[in-house]
Design a protein around this ligand. Structure first.
Ligand code: TYM
Length: 334
């Protein structure tokens, strides 16, 4: 029997992924190469839903792809590709857009947050249809599982609704995908604002830990992370969200259960604990940073890896899209 499929996507909207992307998503991509037929894409078409510069996008797409390989995606086991290399994404998105209600799209909280942040004048229609393009990404590959952070849950629900709607109206075509969200790392928070998600677009530089950042600044940010009153290292989400976030991070990076960490740091101050968190972050980030730099030093080789990914992705996407065109009533080319 064929392995179940996994698909996920990540935006090239910053010069580096951050710890939230890594723990909430990328680490799962790597783990799921085992036992799944895995597809991962750098979603450059999603990145143009907000203001951007062409040259910056091109650079960031390569940086994103390099980080994926550097984090452990193996081109022999996973299909790693750039979304815009596979034309079917936009083609299927259009079909799905025509199945989506205005109210349904308007209820997406990420759209509401982003459009509020950018203001009505600079909110484009692309941002509104963003989740529908994401649904197309997933459904094209007939994905069973989609590893993401908690912020993508609503987009996954929309994807399932659209798949069911299409299947119901035109006959079984799409696999119903399930989100794969790992508890404990589904929402890594901002170091300066531990109730808010760590985010490329809204965190301050002091609140975000970039995968490609140098050890010095990383350590400084962790040592300066907002902690809470008192001095005990206990997991108390409500009263100590800063410490709870650092405990979750340390637990995920070292594989140590949180109660064990609480026992280990009993009677010790925040300083010792933060120093250990900084060490664990650096140990994880350093090899990824070094491999990313190496991959970026040979752009032609990196581009060839992505071209090979695109060939594999296109084969699957073309098969699904052929079915969709037929079911949806488009005339075949004679
Ligand atoms: P993006 O690029 O914003 O984020 C990439 C992945 O990182 C996760 N993530 C987090 N997880 C835990 N804590 C955080 N603070 C944190 N911040 C980000 C995100 O949940 C995501 O999994 N819409 C998607 C991109 C996308 C996609 C897809 C995902 C496009 N098409 C198809 C899955 C399948 C996004 O904005 O990701």
């Amino acid at each position: 029997m064929a392995s179940p499929r996994v698909l996920s996507g990540i935006q090239p909207t910053a010069d580096s992924f951050h710890l939230g992307n890594y723990l909430g998503a990328v680490r799962q991509y790597v783990a799921m190469q085992e036992g799944y037929d895995a597809f991962y894409c750098v979603v450059d078409l999603h990145a143009i839903t907000v203001e951007y510069q062409a040259e910056v996008l091109r650079r960031r797409s390569r940086v994103a792809a390099a980080q994926l390989f550097a984090a452990g995606l193996d081109p022999d086991r996973s299909t790693v590709f750039v979304q815009s290399h596979v034309r079917e994404h936009t083609e299927l998105a259009w079909v799905l857009i025509c199945l989506t209600g205005m109210g349904e799209a308007g209820r997406m909280t990420q759209f509401k947050d982003k459009s509020a942040r950018y203001g009505e004048g600079s909110t484009g229609v692309g941002l509104f249809t963003y989740p529908i393009l994401q649904a197309a990404d997933i459904l094209l590959y007939q994905a069973n599982k989609v590893p993401v952070g908690a912020d993508q849950k609503q987009h996954l629900e929309l994807t399932r609704d659209l798949a069911q709607r299409f299947n119901h109206r035109f006959g079984e075509t799409f696999t119903l995908p399930e989100p794969y969200i790992v508890k404990g790392v589904e929402k890594i928070t901002d170091l300066q604002d531990p109730l808010a998600k760590m985010s490329k677009s809204s965190s301050s530089p002091a609140g975000i830990l970039d995968l490609l950042e140098q050890p010095g600044p990383l350590r400084k940010k962790i040592m300066r992370a907002v902690t809470d009153t008192g001095s005990e290292i206990v997991f108390d989400e409500e009263n100590k969200p800063g410490i709870a976030n650092l405990l979750r991070i340390q637990s995920a990076l070292t594989g140590t259960p949180i109660p064990e960490l609480e026992a280990r740091y009993a009677g010790q101050g925040y300083g010792t604990f933060k120093k250990d968190v900084a060490e664990a972050v650096e140990e994880t980030f350093a090899p990824i940073r070094e491999r990313t730099e190496k991959l970026l030093a040979d752009e032609a080789a990196l581009d060839r890896m992505l071209a090979a990914g695109a060939v594999k992705a296109r084969a699957v996407a073309a098969e699904t899209m052929e079915k969709v065109r037929d079911r949806a009533g488009f005339l075949p080319v004679a």
